[in-house]
Design a binder for this molecule. Structure first.
Ligand code: NAI
Length: 306
């Protein structure tokens, strides 16, 4: 199958280098018109320059594609709105939004300043919120939209020294879960990417064969899969070094312990049993948990006492 994105307009944030650049090039190579957004700063989010985005636009144009550069910071909602307005004026639609922009301020929580926590949340979580909000009405109106939020194994599974980043990255999973529900009837699908790639963001101490396997280009096929017409909705896809996996947020069947004097003691004593993963459930929305719990109590969801 050859995935094509002709006549589709895509915005990729943080596309001046690393993974975002690879996503932008991959989309453009398959026919999409691409907005290469990047504020062009340092890894910790300081500084800024339009050059990285312009260079990627030049690469796309040299390969025969169509692209424009944009140097807005995703933390600036007005600038993001202006970018979206410019794209609308130029190409008349926005089909794809890949939220990829990110920074790092790694420190153990004991040493982390609140400002470093906030800065990371601002770029990863609020930056994605700004971009989603700016395109949301357009996608709803055109009855088509594909959004990718870039999560991380650091958030999904935890990473020492990255409390700010992990919180932001798991926040994006929550954003996906809600937006995917709200967008479904307008054919707006929202998915999460959890990449692994060798970029300036990751350790540069990898041996050459690992560096080659972990090139950002190996992740971009997962993005293409999440932004084409038959894309899933509300999936977390992991990708790196040629591996593609899926992460689920699952709930165990657990135990039923009606409230009594020793309920807490039983929860402690039966912790292994409530943790047992046989017949895990994947609730389709927040009500799924209550449904499982009420069923164990012999009640149906929505059952009322008369
Ligand atoms: P990178 O540092 O090469 O790329 C991030 C890009 O975002 C940079 O070009 C930077 O200028 C841009 N950016 C930062 N703040 C911005 C802002 N406020 N507005 C607009 N652009 C901004 O890093 P990499 O590795 O390519 O990361 C891309 C995304 O993938 C990030 O969200 C990162 O958290 C995520 N990720 C990367 C992993 C990896 O193994 N490289 C692992 C898990 C997640």
């Amino acid at each position: 199958m050859t995935l094509r994105f002709d006549n589709r307009v895509a915005i990729v944030t943080g596309a001046g280098g690393g993974l975002g650049r690879a996503h932008a090039l991959a989309l453009a190579a398959r026919g999409a018109k691409v907005v290469v957004n990047d504020f062009g700063g340092a890894l910790d989010g300081t500084g800024g320059a339009a050059t990285p985005a312009q260079k990627v636009v030049a690469e796309i144009e040299a390969a025969g594609g169509e692209a424009i550069a944009n140097a807005a910071s995703v933390t600036d909602f007005a600038a993001v709105e202006a970018m979206v307005a410019e794209v609308q004026a130029r190409w008349g639609r926005i089909d794809i939004l890949v939220n990829n922009a990110g920074i790092l301020r790694d420190k153990t929580f004991a040493k982390m300043e609140i400002a470093d926590f906030r800065a990371v949340i601002e770029v990863h979580l609020m930056g994605a919120v700004h971009c989603c909000k700016a395109v949301w009405e357009i996608m709803r109106q055109q009855n088509y939209g594909r959004i990718v939020l870039t999560s991380s194994s650091s958030g999904l599974f935890g990473n020492f020294g990255q409390s700010n980043y992990a919180a932001a990255k798991m926040g994006l999973v929550g954003l996906m879960n809600a937006l995917g529900l709200e967008g479904a009837k307008y054919n707006v699908h929202v998915n999460c990417l959890a990449p692994t790639a060798a970029t300036r963001m990751t350790d540069t101490l990898f041996p050459p064969d690992v560096l080659e396997a972990m090139k950002p280009e190996a992740v971009s096929p997962a993005v293409l899969a999440m932004v084409h017409e038959d894309a899933p909705n509300r999936a977390i896809i992991n990708a790196g070094a040629g591996g593609f996996e899926r992460t689920y947020v699952a709930m165990t069947q657990g135990i039923y312990v009606p409230l009594g004097p020793d309920t807490a003691d039983q929860v402690v004593a039966r912790f292994d049993e409530l943790s047992n993963r046989d017949n895990d459930v994947l609730p389709q929305n927040a009500g799924g948990q209550g449904g499982v719990e009420l069923a164990k109590a012999g009640l149906k969801s929505g059952t009322r006492k008369s």
